[in-house]
Write a protein that binds this ligand. Structure first.
Ligand code: PMP
Ligand code: GLN
Length: 417
């Protein structure tokens, strides 16, 4: 038996592995057959192949703060090596409830309302598995993070998309289109603020509209707030803090972005006791629990972070990096869209279309990584076909890199002049 593999240096494409053809055995499940490789991992592999500065996949090129690394060493020397209770270590659930209280507007009950998950990705999957029945619709706001639609489908639901519209201020949620997306089958809406890839922080009016939509259709809000600590212009607001929203919202977060620890895979889901019980069912019979030593380290780390004012320092550093990369992109001719939160910048590359010989964002990103030595992500991966034009001529660049990494990227981009 020989396995068909992807191009050298690139991950194997699940769609290429047609088990039935290779082995004569029954086919793989339709729910995974159409899934390609992660576009983020694919771009990282290309960046490695071309020795490019990787401003594609959203992970920092620096480690977690020293106090968090120390906390991990301490956890490694302790006895925290076996399974934790499936909902997570009680100390971590308490620390998460304390940390989120100012933005949630309530102190979640660590016993009944907080679950520690394997990153926000698993939290969202567990929430969808807990809620979605075949025939249920889930509204996704595009551009939408790439795991949402596959996760909705794997849970048996049907994604229904509404696209943000570009405006002078950045991106707006079209309220009429949101209205049209609702119907009796609407079970949930996924919200992401601050928003990947646009850097948008949803306005209070938009949050109120999403909340009204959820109430009107008796739907749940799955609120992906992994960038909640990364806002530059106005503070983050959790939709669960709006009137009557606590009971119909699952608030998802993780340490990946805030602590430069995307590989630690520690996240959380905060929801009403009833929803939490359902979500914990999917979580317990999925991963069972998140890795215990990392939970112990994060419990310690969240408290130290607060004592040391870590978040303010981190935000200030990211602001400098955002401004540095914005200036570098503008200097060579990109139009950079406003970024109020996250560590992503969207830039319009129309002036380089002729030089790159393409009007396709994937082709442009392949050209950029190969010829200029800077990796970026093509935003079309965040759109379904009907809305793809919204992302035309854009590329997403991350600024979660060291200053020297960003300066190196700036020097390479300068070759475009
Ligand atoms: N949601 C969004 C919007 C993201 O950008 C990411 C990428 N980190 C995730 C979820 C995944 O979070 P985690 O790594 O905690 O699973
Ligand atoms: N969230 C990251 C991004 O948008 C990628 C995460 C991943 O590769 N799973 O780039």
């Amino acid at each position: 038996m020989s396995w068909k593999v992807g191009r050298p240096g690139l991950p194997v494409q699940p769609a290429d592995i047609t088990l039935a053809k290779l082995t004569g055995m029954k086919a793989i499940a339709a729910r995974v057959a159409a899934l390609g490789p992660s576009p983020f991992a694919e771009m990282t592999a290309l960046a490695q192949r071309y020795g490019a500065v990787n401003l594609g996949q959203g992970f920092p090129d620096f480690g977690p703060p020293a106090f968090l690394q120390d906390a991990l060493l301490h956890a490694a020397m302790s006895s925290a090596h076996q399974y934790s209770p499936p909902p997570g270590l009680p100390t971590l659930r308490e620390a998460v409830a304390e940390m989120l209280a100012p933005t949630l507007g309530f102190v979640a009950d660590p016993e009944q309302e907080v679950t520690i998950t394997v990153g926000a990705t698993e939290g969202l999957a567990a929430a969808l598995l807990a809620l979605i029945e075949p025939g249920d619709e889930v509204v996704l706001i595009e551009p939408a993070y790439d795991s949402y639609a596959p996760q909705v489908r794997m849970a048996g639901g049907t994604p229904r998309s509404v696209s943000l519209q570009r405006s002078a201020a950045g991106w707006d949620l079209p309220l009429a289109a949101l209205q049209e997306a609702g119907n009796g089958r609407t079970k949930a809406i996924v919200l992401n603020t601050p928003h990947n890839p646009t850097g948008k922080v949803f306005s209070s009016g938009e949050l109120a509209a999403v909340a009204a939509f959820a109430r009107q259709w008796d739907a749940y809000v799955l609120s992906d707030e992994v960038y909640d600590r990364l806002t530059f212009e106005r503070p983050h607001v959790s939709i669960a803090s709006l009137p009557d929203m606590r009971e119909r919202t699952v608030t998802l977060g993780s340490v990946g972005k805030t602590f430069a620890a995307t590989g630690w895979r520690i996240g959380w889901a905060v929801a009403s006791p009833e929803l939490t019980a359902a979500l914990r069912g999917a979580h317990t019979f999925g991963p069972f629990c998140a890795p215990t030593p990392l939970q112990a380290a994060v419990a310690q780390g969240l408290r130290t972070a607060r004592e040391q004012g870590y978040e303010d320092t981190m935000r200030a550093e990211y602001r400098v990096k955002r401004d540095l990369l914005t200036a570098a992109l503008r200097a060579v001719g990109f139009e950079v869209l406003p970024c109020d939160g996250t560590f992503f910048l969207l830039a319009d590359w129309s002036p380089f279309a002729e030089q790159a010989g393409t009007h396709d964002d994937r082709e442009f990103c392949r050209w950029l990584v190969r010829e200029v030595g800077v990796a970026a992500i093509a935003p079309s991966i965040f759109f379904s076909a009907p809305h793809r034009a919204q992302g035309a001529h854009l590329a997403r660049f991350v600024f979660c890199k060291t200053l020297s990494g960003l300066e190196e990227a700036a020097a390479r981009l300068d070759r475009l002049r």
